[in-house]
Ligand binder design. Sequence first.
Ligand code: IVH
Length: 721
Amino acid sequence: MSDDPKPIEALTKAEAKTELERLAGEIARNDELYHGKDAPKISDAAYDALKQRNLAIEARFPELVREDSPSKNVGAAPLPTFAPVTHSRPMLSLDNVFSDEEVQGFVGSVYRFLGQIPDESIAFTAEPKIDGLSISIRYENGTLVNAATRGDGTTGENVTANVRTISEIPNELPKDAPEVVEIRGEIYMAKPDFLALNARMEEEGKQTYVNPRNTAAGSLRQLDPTVTAKRKLKFFAYAWGEISEMPADTQSGMIETFARWGFPTNPLTRRLSRVEDLLAHYHEIGLERGELDYDIDGVVYKVDRLDLQARLGFRSRSPRWATAHKFPAEQAFTEIENIDIQVGRTGALTPVARLKPVTVGGVVVTNATLHNADYIKGIGNSGEPIREEDHDFRIGDTVVVQRAGDVIPQVLDVVLEKRPKDAKPYAFPDKCPVCGSHAVREKNEKTGKLDSVTRCTGGFVCAAQAKEHLKHFVSRNAYDIEGLGSKQIDFFFETENDTMRIRTAPDIFTLEKRQAGSMTKLENIDGFGKVSVRKLFDAIDARRTIALNRFIYALGIRHVGETTAKLLARSYGTYDELEKAMKAANGCTGEAWDDLNNIDGIGEVVARAIVEFFNEPRNIGVIDDLLEEVTPEAAEIPAISSSSPVAGKTIVFTGSLERMSRDEAKAMAERLGAKTAGSVSKKTDLVVAGPGAGSKLTKAEELGIEVITEDAWFDLVGEGA
Ligand code: IVH
């Protein structure tokens, strides 16, 4: 990079052209050094900065994008793992204290170490200790160039592309920010977002996450940044690494500066001097903790003045000027009275521990999920041990229960000394406890490993699955029939009376007819009544026509959530077309199969599940009966504007988009009469590539397909602002 690159806003067109030429050359040289000779001459950060500058200039002058532009060749193949990053300054951890006395001890030691402090008491910041994962984000000349996880404190992982997708983290800093600054803080997932994500995972029959912290970590460590982008991660800034010029001389001043630069900072941060005030703040936050949107596990006290921090310095792994006052773990001991198996809509067998009621952090806990067979044995999702050897869970065991991150009760560990002599290892059923069909663990085709979920193979035969299917069918985002919720389905499913029984979705719509000729009237059943029965029938009738996407979602196809249902509706338009195409795709080959896979947002696993569903005659039988009663409306085809420059073209969006979400991009393209696809093929007309684009971009180049930047896209379609 030149010593002092001219700000991009100040470049003339001619200068921009020369600069792009220079950047293309320099980046290509470095690519060669990096890949070919294994001897990079510049740091990753400097290299990223070159690429960023190239992109930014191209964004301003899209007409100048070169044939050999480095933006057309971003990132080559995706990395198998994250590249290591050595922190310019180590990321240390904090000492923990648990009691008020220890806090007094900490404050006392600060005074003792510093000796006499002329005419003032020492101020501290008190900041909530966010339970997420720490990150260091490097900015050079005001631009985000690098982001790394803490790792072992010395070396972390390069997660730059993923961090760029977090909207709370600015990509650019204001002009007055120092030339080099590393902002450090905590990435976390808010509790409501965690719960919503888990609900979605469950709905789609996927493995749910244990707590927001692990989910945040897992979401950040995705090799595909578009996955991270969907996860709603958040951030609080509270520290810094390398910095070329200090903007403040206190911790509180630094936090204020970060806020000014556009970073979220925690509103519960205080500057306090007296120990009593620190403790009062800690206890106050402790009380509010449950109501916060995010998990915290303590309060961090830091000496406010940075000159005093410098004098106090560090012990081997932690600073002398700070300590973490942890909240007591919300744990309790109780007994596993029984282990029940619940069977879900997709047949997943979930073991649930029935616990002797116990209060954990103010909430009575009686049940806790044990997740799956491996968890009971003490084996984690990737096959690694998660407890000490022999610490499996058995009925009768005394266990440690924790409300993980205030959200879901968890069984953490067993107290072996209290294990009853006759306790036997839990034998996970190999048959469905409801229908008796075989229960199996499928093999993941990609990894060859056994799935952690054990599934009932009974499908339609299994009453549990059938009932859960019905509950899904009437749920809020599916048929949403007022007066027909989970409780009522239990009743209608169990009843032996033919004129009332609902076992499959079509039965819902024949209920009134069957009741008409019946001696046993629903209105005489406890919990119903004349008015409510009339209302129920009306509510059922009101749903005899329904939007196609809701209809598809209601079918409860494995892996098909609302988003996929919408994609299918938009792509096939009518139910008949969908069914016809899915039958044609049987065997997962041929044109219909390719078309399905080409829908942007539908991956192979999901595609397989859809094709399998429509090629199971029993499913088609039920759907045929259902279609006797209801009419799914044809999907609204986005209005096609034939005059747009992209009308009739097939477009692929790839890489991370910065001015619009993927869904927005697709909707926009479709509004303009274009089709969007998820993969690049000969049929593709145009590829819009954002940073981080990989194999799709390479493919496009191989096939000689036109590739443009996101900004060039806006210029092309004339909707840029
Ligand atoms: S300061 C040198 N402040 O706690 C001190 N850490 O146990 C650097 N954490 O790795 C850390 N909230 O992940 C600091 N307000 C806060 C924090 C905080 C959460 C985490 C951070 C750190 C760990 C140390």
